[in-house]
Design a protein around this ligand. Structure first.
Ligand SMILES: [Fe+2]
Length: 226
């Protein structure tokens, strides 16, 4: 999926919202260990009740679990948040640190997550460990998909030819995929239709100790629209 455009100096993407999706380069090695750790913790720990309906939701202590492969996912998440934050803010505009928390989710057939957003967080993410689909499962296009709702009030009432304003954004669970988005975006998860466990890790990141860099000369676009 590529939506790269060169907007030039006279078009302002005034309400654009950055969302990142990329694959962990070594997910086939680390995911089996993550599956074992998460299903093991599920056996010993009662579910937290949040947006989950039926799903097991761990406490937000995933980053403290004793599992060596967690470090690889956290490094991948941190690097990806930096990419997204640098894009959104501009790498020359600020420096700082990141406070992160994470939790694991396990969904079985019929389980889903209600619409919600993540308060007191800047960037949120989901990393897929297992899509829960097994050989012989009935195909279901929407199974376990995360749907991020278009925040622009009224855009769904339009039917402009060519759909220039797009709409909601969906991602199919895919082992190794991470999706990162601004925490204020409302999102939900469609019911899981597979016979296996759909396993994911959710993250929140808050930017802290941020120091804005010195102001630089305004570009033509910033002068016109800023
Ligand atoms: Fe969420």
């Amino acid at each position: 999926m590529s939506r790269t455009v060169d907007v030039g100096d006279d078009i302002l993407l005034s309400f654009s919202t950055p969302v990142l999706a990329r694959l962990h380069p070594d997910y086939q090695t680390i995911n089996p260990f993550l599956i074992e750790a998460i299903l093991g913790r599920e056996r010993d720990c009662a579910s937290i009740s949040k947006s989950n309906v039926g799903s097991w939701h761990s406490p937000s202590d995933f980053l403290q679990w004793d599992c060596a492969e967690i470090a690889s996912v956290v490094e991948f998440f941190s690097r990806s948040v930096k990419t997204l934050n640098d894009y959104a803010v501009g790498p020359e505009k600020q420096s700082g640190d990141m406070d992160a928390s994470a939790w694991a989710n396990v969904s079985r057939a019929g389980h889903y997550h209600q619409p919600h957003h993540h308060p007191d967080s800047d960037w949120s993410a989901v990393y897929y460990v297992d899509d829960g689909m097994r050989t012989g499962d009935e195909p279901d296009e929407l199974s376990g998909r995360i749907e991020i709702m278009d925040p622009r009030t009224g855009v769904s009432m339009l039917n402009t030819p060519g759909q220039p304003f797009l709409g909601n954004l969906q991602f199919r669970p895919q082992p190794g995929l991470i999706v990162i988005f601004p925490s204020w975006l409302t999102h939900y998860v469609h019911p899981h239709a597979g016979t296996g466990e759909r396993i994911s890790i959710a993250f929140n990141a808050k930017m802290v100790n941020v120091v804005p860099a010195a102001k630089k000369k305004k570009s033509l676009k910033e002068s016109l629209f800023g």
